[in-house]
Write a protein that binds this ligand. Structure first.
Ligand code: EPU
Length: 342
């Protein structure tokens, strides 16, 4: 009814995968995207900060949110066949992993390396989710968003979205756009991406000599399940730090001192370094202060062992940043959205 529900002083513990027990002054659960302008026009909503929430899997609530949390709960998938390509419009509130599995089940290729990533479809373009050698940007034709500045629906094509490594226009102009749907173009087949460390070995272990997209997806499921802590078991938001990109001279100096440091040369001559390696080499993997810590399975993952507050998790993240900076002269940046930090 009405397309949305409003709740005052709402608990958010079950709405963020770090399981931070924060509250929102107002929670708006939106089920009908066409009602968004009406909702945003409420005086209580108009006058306060807005936080758009999908599954809360890329979010650190460092404190309570003194504004409106807009939970995107819209659903729907529409397919148009265009030769061998499917053009698929997906509502922002759909779960990403459900969509990936559905697309593979329909016989479309492209998203196999991106299976099992938590979060919603609407969140995928914002940080340009990527894993195992594929980024979602490659398959996005356009993003439909409500432009809060122009007060109209915007259709942003791929170029306008300015995608980069864990980056997009939506991060450059925070607060301006609210993603309501994403349009994908998926082929029936593509050259599979098997080069990322571990994939070929996993396929060999599975006894697959000529892989199809669903085999690659299965290999990625095995790799992720082995490496990354499951948010259903221990609170986490996936990689908490981005892999830092540094200048060639700094990368060379670091490689001279630490030949084992994984580094990937970028097109612009700079180098992307493994943040997980830096954190582990700084002795922080598996470390904790109270219930806030770094996973003992993967050094990029900040974990909540039980009842850490958002402030405690944020303080621990800053301890990691400071320790790595002191040891290696590299400043790590958080990857998730951090709100309410003091
Ligand atoms: N490594 C360590 N210690 C660890 C884990 C990794 O030293 O505890 C080193 C290893 O040498 C390994 C290298 O780091 O070879 C890379 O590790 P991994 O393959 O796990 O990739 P990553 O660079 O740490 C990125 C993404 C992940 C994504 C994987 C696989 C970022 C910030 N993270 O991690 O994305 O799943 O590649 O493609 O780019 C996420 O964004 O939430 C996420 C999980």
């Amino acid at each position: 009814m009405g397309g949305y529900t409003l709740t005052e002083n709402a608990p958010l513990a079950s709405r963020n995968t770090l399981r931070v027990n924060a509250r929102a002054k107002l929670l708006a659960e939106l089920r009908d995207a066409s009602k968004l302008p009406e909702l945003l026009d409420f005086p209580a909503v108009r006058s306060a900060p807005l936080l758009v929430l999908g599954e809360g899997s890329n979010l650190l609530l460092a404190g309570d949110f003194d504004g409106t949390v807009l939970a995107m709960e819209t659903r729907g998938v529409q397919v148009e066949q265009d030769g061998d390509t499917a053009r698929i419009a997906v509502a922002a509130g759909e779960r990403w992993d459900d969509f990936v599995r559905w697309s593979l089940g329909q016989g479309y290729a492209g998203l196999e390396n991106l299976i099992l990533i938590p979060g919603t479809v609407g969140a995928a373009p914002i940080q340009n989710i990527g894993a195992y050698g594929t980024e979602v940007a490659e398959f996005i034709e356009s993003v439909e968003a409500w432009d809060t500045r122009e007060r109209r629906v915007a259709q942003l094509d791929r170029a306008s979205c300015a995608f980069g490594y864990r980056d997009s226009l939506f991060k450059h102009e925070p607060g301006r756009y609210i993603v309501t749907a994403v349009r994908f173009a998926l082929p029936r087949s593509r050259e599979l991406r098997l080069d990322y460390a571990g994939i070929r070995e996993e396929l060999a272990r599975m006894g697959v000599a000529r892989p199809a997209p669903f085999h690659v997806a299965e290999a990625v499921v095995h790799l992720r399940t082995r490496k990354l802590p499951d948010p259903a078991v221990i609170g986490n938001a996936g990689s908490f730090f981005k892999n830092p990109v540094v200048g060639a001279a700094q990368a060379e100096a670091l490689k001279r001192d630490h030949p084992e440091l994984p580094a990937w040369p970028q097109a612009d001559g700079r180098s992307k370094l493994s943040a997980a390696w830096l954190i582990e080499a700084a002795g922080l993997k598996g470390s904790r202060d109270g219930d806030a810590g770094i996973s003992n399975r993967h050094a990029l993952v900040l974990v909540n062992h039980g009842h850490a507050s958002g402030g405690e998790l944020w303080a621990f993240a800053q301890h990691v940043i400071a320790t790595v900076a002191a040891k290696f002269g590299v400043r790590l940046e958080p990857e998730p959205v951090v709100v309410g930090a003091r």
